[in-house]
Design a protein around this ligand. Sequence first.
Ligand code: NOJ
Length: 566
Amino acid sequence: MNGKWWHNAVGYIIYPQAFKDSNGDGIGDLNGIIEKLDYLSFLGVNLLWIGPIFDSANPYNGYDSRDFLTLAPRYGDMADLKRLLDEAHARGIRIIMDFPLNHTCKEHPWFQKALKDPTSEEAGYYYIERGKRKGRKLLPPCNWESFSEDSVWTRIGKSEYFYLHVFSNDIPDLNWSNPKLREKMYEALRYYLDMGVDGFRLDALAHLAKDTSWSDSSLPVKENGCAFDTSKYSNRPELYEYLRLLKQEVFSHYDCLIVGEVGGSVTPEGALKMASWHDGYINMVFNFDTVWNNHNYGSIDKKDDEIKTEVAELKKNFMRWYEVCGGKCDMPLYWCNHDHPRVLSQYGNPKYREESAKMLFTTILFLYGNDFIYFGDEIGMSNAEYDSLDDYLVDAGMRPEIERFRKQGYSDEWILHYLNRSSRINSRLPMQWDDSENAGFSDAKPLFRANPNYLRGVNVKDEMKDTDSIFHFYKYAIGIRKDPMINEQVLNCRLRLEDPENEDVFAYIHDGMEKIMVVSNMRDHDVDFTFYYRITDIMLHNYDGLMLSDGKLHLRPYESLLLRIS
Ligand code: NOJ
């Protein structure tokens, strides 16, 4: 452990569009975040990850920059960002910006220039390649499938050329093998670090490097003529060289926190190579292994009773990462971000809102690493429960998906139910500040309608009033987690699962003179848990009274404890 400032940080993720609107246009903004800094400071978080705020065309909600050196006017301008940084720093809160460095939107001037002249310097900032002639047909340069389930290549008008996009064709990939492009990106990153930003969450980092031989994948080709083969554009060896250069040219010159979002089947060993204290290039790696352990992902064909948290698998996935990375690099922890349904609906249970929200927080907060709370989890926000598909159709990205399901024969009612259960829109609804119109988020109608449960106590104002609330539990738990002795033990003493195969209970222990133990029942029913330790302190508990006898801890639905044991 090398004493970095984030070693005592509790993170908080803000999806800017949905957090707080200060100017009445229905869109959250930087001044809205400034308004709420005292709230965040009171909660106790000291590190904010702010979703992308660059000027963008916006079909991809900001993950589609039009200019890395200009902010989207809907969020504010550079003066607002500077003020946000100053105000946050004055409260001991650091800020990392989400930086989508793998792609831009089509409207970016570089791409526009590239389209006009595929031999221009800007064309070299993207992957633009000639198609393959097969008889009279012009085929894409290779057969890879994108994450949008079509070819990664889109033809440029009627030309011979195609551009590459591993996501949708709205967001062409940048060519990181080009030193000139890399230099442009370094400049942009330095600009924000010089301004006082404390680091970045690097979006889609796994995909910076591609197999530029553009050879066809040998994996099975689907009906669309493409093979889904992420080995062609995810976590490739060249990626490590780009990271090394990023560190050498930019990150090593600042006291910054760099968190990579590394999907695409990254292994813990690969993540350690990226983030190792010893010779890594960045500081932490977000993986997706622990957010969908309940069969919910892509579950359009499933009924609700097939969705069940696989507790043993979940524990195994956390530990798989800990075993490799623990004590060798920093690790982020999270239950939810803007790409997932709300964790209360995913692994918890809105019917047991208080119990399950508190249980989930206790469970993740004391694992090895830095927790990132997703905004609204601290007041028990849950999935949307919309009653019409129209509420989803306002999102440009949802339309093709809904159309695809309709074509596959699913009824609108079925699709709606599925989206209410699994869509990432669920976590993009307005933050629920109070019980006034639009949950106190904005005077104007927001893009996504707020969850009406803001009228039934699920809002900051009501949560603050009740000293037993989820909010106060979070605040108290964060205080414990930040205690230097506890922090030291969580980060430096060995972590092990208790009864790893248990299908219902998530329990773990940090060794030490006096051990720290978390025991969490992840079910909506009572469970008995074998328990022979001597409890010396109950530091957190989401129920009254302990039911312990004959070596059995009787746990009520979602009951959870943070204990000191010997
Ligand atoms: C991952 C981001 O979290 C997601 O929201 C975005 O759509 C893709 N990267 C593409 O930038």
